[in-house]
Design a protein around this ligand. Structure first.
Ligand code: ADP
Ligand code: MG
Length: 245
């Protein structure tokens, strides 16, 4: 089962994984109440569908971009109106695309650098693996193909859990120092707790970013679950979106 970005980010917040403030809406009336929860200024409008590649996607009516930067909340409201009810085609949706039934407004962060971070089950060893890269915001398959040396993998022993030296290794490989290193260490540990406690099949943050202020934030969030683990997690079953399945 997949969940939407805005739901994955709510889960992240519960686990102390920092995300920019945001609010979701399913009707034009809700645009107003959602935007009222955000500060004035640069705002992103993000189509919520169970597929990636939204930023580079195109709607079937020709409108370009399922993720848009807006200078003002007013502009964000206008653009949300173009996305809601429209069908978004991305590299991952197939040619039919997906109808956007929810839009997510979120504070636009200033990005110093984009990274990639994911936790999933490694098929070969049946152990959780943390995958990290300094090349964020692009498809990890592309990085794996073109510059595999820029991907770090850390296998976690499920009996022991994530060790501190493994967190330090990830921080080192990503090149974080100072405040960034401290914040990234906390984020990695909290993301691990989120993955482990919820029995997730995968948590993926692409991009993970640093800001000029030294913050480390999850700008995108994809979380999926094995259906056979869901009976233990009614709080996650509540996120199910039958329109997407
Ligand atoms: P997708 O992976 O489906 O294209 P993302 O959430 O990764 O969607 O958004 C695409 C790009 O838009 C990101 O790589 C990032 O550069 C930018 N972006 C997304 N959210 C924000 C945000 N809150 N602030 C600034 N830029 C953002
Ligand atoms: Mg992304």
């Amino acid at each position: 089962m997949n969940i939407h970005e805005y739901q994955a980010k709510a889960l992240f917040e519960k686990y102390g994984v920092p995300v920019p403030k945001g609010a979701a809406a399913t009707t034009p009336e809700e645009f107003v109440t959602a935007l009222a929860q955000l500060p004035d200024g640069p705002t992103m409008v993000k189509s919520q569908i169970h597929a990636g590649g939204r930023g580079k996607g195109t709607f079937t009516d020709g409108f370009k971009g399922g993720v848009k930067f807006c200078k003002t909340k007013h502009e964000a409201k206008e653009l949300a109106g173009k996305m809601l009810g429209n069908t978004l085609v991305t590299l991952q949706t197939g040619p039919a695309g997906r109808k956007v039934q929810t839009v997510y407004f979120t504070v636009a962060s200033s990005i110093k650098k984009e990274y990639y971070l994911a936790i999933l089950l490694d098929r070969a060893s049946s152990k959780p693996v943390i995958v990290a890269s300094t090349e964020g915001g692009v498809e990890i398959e592309k990085v794996a193909h073109e510059t595999p040396e820029k991907i770090t993998k850390v296998l976690v022993d499920p009996a022991y859990g994530l060790a501190d030296y493994q967190v330090r290794e990830l921080i080192f490989k990503l090149g974080f120092t100072g405040a960034e290193a401290k914040n990234a260490g906390k984020l990695i540990r909290n993301l691990w707790n989120c993955f482990w406690d919820t029995d997730a099949a995968m948590v993926e943050v692409n991009p993970l970013i640093t800001t000029p202020e030294g913050e480390v934030l999850a700008l995108d969030a994809k979380v999926s679950f094995d259906d056979n683990a869901l009976y233990r997690h009614p709080e996650i079953v509540a996120y199910r979106d039958l329109d997407e399945e």
